[in-house]
Write a protein that binds this ligand. Structure first.
Ligand SMILES: C[S@@+](CC[C@H](N)C(=O)[O-])C[C@H]1O[C@@H](n2cnc3c(N)ncnc32)[C@H](O)[C@@H]1O
Length: 216
């Protein structure tokens, strides 16, 4: 399983670095996300505002940060530090440029793998993961790592486009595909298994919005 995870992760790192500078925002953010979840971008921004309120000035992690398209808004509204982590160096550079252009000094972009985050246990008061878990092929490992870095009492906000046809495939195959092919309810159930309390899991067309807390 680890080899397959490494292969997918390497592929995503290359693809996203390659499209970070030109295709990502015009095609993925502005066309693909609304196709999946209508006003999915608006919901991601709303989740960011909720994370700011829940964190109450404490550190927020945005994983994966992508080009920082949504994160810059969150960081502008947040009085504390926002760490934006992503495996693709091209994305990290774009986030740094976006933060600079917006004059946001509290957003710290960082190249990191969501499966092995370079943060202490319970480091973050809130975690935001918009349109990212679907490209993480070993969901349970990714969710466990997210749980590890969330403070007890902390909140997690997830937006997730999916095409859940994995349910039609044999388990050995579906378990090796990225989370994109699983349903938001599967994701919520993995999160419960990792120790999160699910506050809500709502579907909008083919996208899910999940809010959870790590019980204190
Ligand atoms: C669809 S983008 C979402 C980015 C951003 N949150 C947004 O909503 O625009 C998915 C991102 O996941 C990143 N990614 C893929 N695998 C990752 C991993 N293992 N760890 C961290 N980031 C990863 C990709 O580099 C890409 O930037």
């Amino acid at each position: 399983m680890k080899t397959i995870r490494r292969l997918w992760t390497r592929a995503f790192r290359g693809i996203y670095s390659a499209i970070a500078g030109n295709l990502y925002e015009p095609v993925i953010v502005k066309i693909a996300f609304p196709l999946f979840g209508r006003d999915l971008p608006g919901h991601v921004l709303a989740q960011g505002r909720k994370a700011v309120a829940a964190a109450a000035g404490g550190p927020i992690l945005d994983l994966p940060v992508g080009t920082g398209y949504f994160t810059v808004h969150l960081a502008r509204a947040h009085p504390g530090i926002v760490v934006g982590a992503d495996i693709a160096w091209g994305m990290v550079e774009r986030t740094r440029d976006a933060a600079e252009a917006a004059g946001v000094r509290t957003l710290a972009p960082l190249q990191a793998d969501g499966f092995q985050l370079p943060f202490a246990d319970e480091a973050f008061a809130a975690v935001v993961s918009s349109n990212g878990l679907q490209v993480m092929p070993h969901l349970s490992a990714g969710v466990k790592e997210m749980h590890r870095v969330t403070r007890p009492g902390g909140s997690v906000y997830i937006a997730l486009p999916t095409i859940p046809f994995g349910a039609l495939l044999p388990r050995f195959l579906s378990a090796r595909l990225p989370t994109f092919f699983r349903s938001g309810r599967d994701v919520a159930s993995e999160m419960s298994g990792a120790g999160f309390a699910i506050e809500s899991c709502n579907r909008i067309r083919l996208a899910y919005l999940i809010e959870a807390t790590r019980p204190a």
